[in-house]
Design a protein around this ligand. Structure first.
Ligand SMILES: [Zn+2]
Length: 246
């Protein structure tokens, strides 16, 4: 229980640190690097990257706050209670129903009330990581005069950077960018996998619902998705929105 509580505090801290480092690198290293020093005008690529970066930042942070804001809260289930065939979240003291789980990164249970914000948080976190990865690769290829056309360059980059760093020919900020490239790649893939897994679960519907309905009146996968994301699902992807209370 102590380890779970520790993880429940460390995981949000890890997310906030990752966000702070990504934000600092984007604002103080990548975006200024895209601007031409000889000219005051910001190039189109810089403007596009700034817009995309702001869009992803607002959506990632907005949905993260909404997941916590709409959390189901404590269920009042005692830690000693044993329920057959039911999992209990000891941290939130509540029974976990179909398709529910505890997310350590937000420090709360994911239920119907915050599922939409959670899936969108995973989606935008994944896109943020891949956007940072692309801008980071652009920064490294310019400053290292490296071509990433060969996929093996990504594998050779880490040993090459470590050698250069310890020989004194690579500054700490560049070394940090190289390490972050691998972290963004791993976190981006994990968030994308989580997002796809939940989309698949939502589209198939809760298992308890399946046993109560016959083949004919079982809801389709689009109806299941619409129940969570609503009819204005595109607007929900573009802007973090509060889930209406049902
Ligand atoms: Zn929980």
């Amino acid at each position: 229980m102590f380890l779970l509580q520790l993880l429940n505090h460390l995981a949000p801290l890890y997310f906030l640190c990752l966000l702070a480092v990504t934000l600092s690198l984007q604002l103080f290293l990548f975006l200024p690097d895209m601007c031409d020093e000889r000219s005051d005008a910001v190039p189109l690529s810089g403007l596009l990257h700034s817009f995309f970066f702001l869009f992803l930042l607002v959506n990632t942070l907005g949905n993260y706050i909404l997941v916590i804001w709409n959390s189901p809260g404590a269920g009042g289930v005692s830690a000693e209670v044993e329920l057959p065939d039911r999992t209990i979240c000891r941290l939130c003291a509540r029974v976990l129903w179909d398709q529910e789980h505890h997310c350590f990164f937000t420090g709360t249970c994911i239920s119907r009330s915050n599922l939409r914000s959670f899936v969108l948080f995973c989606l935008h976190s994944s896109l943020s990581c891949f956007h940072a990865l692309v801008t980071g690769v652009g920064f490294i290829s310019t400053n290292f005069t490296l071509s990433f056309c060969d996929p093996l360059t990504f594998l050779r980059l880490l040993p090459l950077s470590i050698t250069r760093f310890f020989s004194g020919s690579l500054v700490s900020s560049d070394m940090l960018v190289v390490l972050m490239l691998y972290l963004w790649f791993a976190v981006g893939l994990a968030c994308a996998a989580f997002c796809c897994h939940h989309l698949l679960m939502i589209s198939t519907g809760p298992s308890s619902h399946k046993t109560q309905t016959t083949e004919q009146n079982a809801p389709t996968w689009t109806e299941n998705l619409q129940k969570v994301f609503g009819k204005q699902w595109l607007l929900a992807i573009l802007l973090p929105r509060v889930t209406p209370k049902t």
